[in-house]
Design a protein around this ligand. Structure first.
Ligand code: NAD
Ligand code: UDP
Length: 336
């Protein structure tokens, strides 16, 4: 059973590759290293003790992707490759629509031409927009996204659903991630952002290691218990294990499914800072600043459907997420 993993050198992809190899799947990884380093592939091999095939290829390169499908016998695809920075997407909408939507269309076309019609896709809680009230359920309305990144995820969900409607030989699983943090227990792989981190946890760990002065907490006047934003942080290894379950479902039938991958529990920014300080023993300097445009007060999942249909639930708590993020950061102060 051979699984193509697009974007497999990235943060979530690398953790998922390890869990796929541990589960006995053969994998073929495709990445263009736009936002990742080759070293992550060496570490996947080191941690899993297994070998796998890698191609440096852009998923928009139809000819290159077709050659890969012709050479390898691919049974299904887990599709992580994409651009993911919300702020950057507002500056570079053409690049985001081209890479995320263009890339997915090319990938699906090549898949169809080669008779591979099973795909698990990285969607996001952002598709719920700002009008739904947490806990968010898969049946709630999507859309009303507020930036090009979110809109690419929303549009790709529609595109994949239309592909399924046109030909139900496809098996499609849309996974809506909440906020992945943490790292592999070994401290050998983790999140390695370029430049100034946009997300909370890598910013916290960089303040803790002394690379940045002070965390800016974006607003303390939200309608939440302590006034700071509440999110559903999920350990990246739990998220990776959710993909193994989703893949099993995609391989076993011809369905269109959508699942939230979250814990169902919300933590505020200050909860995360406190949990991190406790786990690491390091004080995190922070100051309260204005709200970040586009942020909402509260976002967390109802993860019941994934439990009922996939038998998956997140097992790792906030302490473990913080400990593992810190181990990765302190053992790799400059990333890979
Ligand atoms: P990441 O940037 O670490 O990984 C994405 C990988 O895709 C990178 O290795 C990058 O080099 C590669 N890539 C990008 N464009 C490519 C292309 N055209 N061809 C080949 N490779 C390409 O990001 P991540 O955090 O691991 O996220 C993985 C997926 O999950 C993305 O689609 C992202 O939008 C989605 N997602 C992430 C989060 C999050 O908070 N990290 C939340 C929700 C959804
Ligand atoms: N946040 C913050 N300071 C930062 C980064 C994030 O206060 O430097 C807050 C942000 O306002 C939100 C939460 O942390 O309430 C999670 O933000 P992140 O960007 O990690 O994920 P998002 O939920 O926006 O996708």
């Amino acid at each position: 059973m051979s699984i193509l993993v697009t974007g497999g050198a990235g943060y979530i992809g690398s953790h998922t590759c390890i869990e796929l190899l541990n589960a006995g799947y053969e994998i073929v990884v495709v990445d263009n290293f736009y936002n990742s380093k080759r070293e992550s592939l060496n570490r996947i091999a080191e941690l899993s003790g297994k070998e796998f095939t890698f191609y440096e290829c852009d998923i928009r390169d139809a000819e290159g992707m077709d050659k890969i499908f012709k050479k390898e016998k691919i049974d299904a695809v887990i599709h992580f490759a994409g651009l993911k920075a919300v702020g950057e997407s507002c500056q570079k909408p053409i690049e985001y629509y081209d890479n995320n939507i263009g890339g997915t269309l090319t990938l699906c076309d090549v898949m169809r031409n080669n008779g591979c019609k099973k795909i698990v896709f990285s969607s996001s809680a952002t598709v719920y927009g700002s009008n739904n009230v947490s806990p968010l359920k898969e049946t709630m309305q999507t859309g009303g996204t507020t930036n090009p990144y979110g809109t690419t995820k929303y549009m790709i969900e529609i595109i994949l659903s239309d592909i399924y409607k046109s030909d139900n030989e496809w098996s499609i699983c849309l996974l809506r991630y909440f906020n992945p943090i943490g790292a592999h227990k070994s401290g050998r792989i983790g999140e390695d952002p370029n430049g100034i981190p946009n997300n909370l946890m890598p910013f916290i760990t960089q303040v803790a290691i002394g690379k940045r002065e002070c965390l800016s907490v974006f607003g303390n006047d939200y309608d939440t218990p302590d006034g700071t934003g509440v999110r559903d942080y999920i350990h990246v290894v739990d998220l990776a294990l959710g993909h193994v379950k989703a893949l099993g479902r995609a391989l076993s039938g011809n369905t269109l499914d959508v699942y939230n991958l979250g814990t169902g529990t919300g933590y505020s920014v200050l909860d995360v800072v406190n949990a991190f300080e406790k786990a690491s023993g390091v004080k995190v300097n922070y100051k309260i600043v204005d709200r970040r445009p586009g942020d909402i007060a509260t976002c967390y999942s109802d993860p019941t459907k994934a439990f009922e249909e996939l038998g998956w639930k997140a097992e790792r708590g906030i302490e473990e997420m913080c400990e593992d993020s810190w181990r990765w950061q302190s053992q790799n102060p400059n990333g890979y």
